[in-house]
Design a protein around this ligand. Sequence first.
Ligand code: AMP
Length: 209
Amino acid sequence: MKLVLIGAPAAGKGTQARKIIAKYSLAYISTGDMLRAEVAKESELGLTVKEIMSTGGLVSDELIIAIVKERIKEDDCKNGFILDGFPRTVVQAEKLDEIGGIDKAIYINCSDEVLLERITARETCPKCGASYNKLAAPSKVAGICDVCGEKLTQRKDDTIEAGQARLKTFHEQSEPLVEYYNKQGKLYEIDGTMGIDNITEAIFAVLGE
Ligand code: AMP
């Protein structure tokens, strides 16, 4: 099973991806997590993308396609994978089709108003990538990751300014993917304003047993 999760920032892609891989044993590929790891390492790639990421823009299609192309060749992807944050442009989706394509695209749809509220209340684990919402879905111990015990931080791009820029980028560059996969008959739209567990249930219904 090869899946793509589409959704604006803070729609719940990462949270749902973690629940999906627990049930279906798929490889989890988050291009955002991969890039953040490069920024933390201060690698050449990290230094190239740091500024773009912190201001809510997109890194170049060529660069991200090259990263994903290599990643999906790895062993853990043999039984399938779930892509979170890729593709983000129609050019990326076309490239993905050229290298094998996908089975289903799940679109978690949510209003900008709800998303901005979530973005500013989000806390993220810099070590394992788990994310929490200070108001709606806090960690068990304030400021500490439930999964790995690391101290939680706020992502550099989870400010109001960067959040608004990322939402604009989503509408302009990524929303056309909804139509792209709809035309292929692969699109499944889920109401992202539901509670976390209800969204998971709706996704599992799409994916089947
Ligand atoms: P995310 O964690 O998915 O919200 O990604 C964080 C940031 O990484 C985005 O705002 C972009 O700057 C960059 N990024 C992640 N995935 C992609 C992609 N597929 N194409 C371009 N930029 C990306």
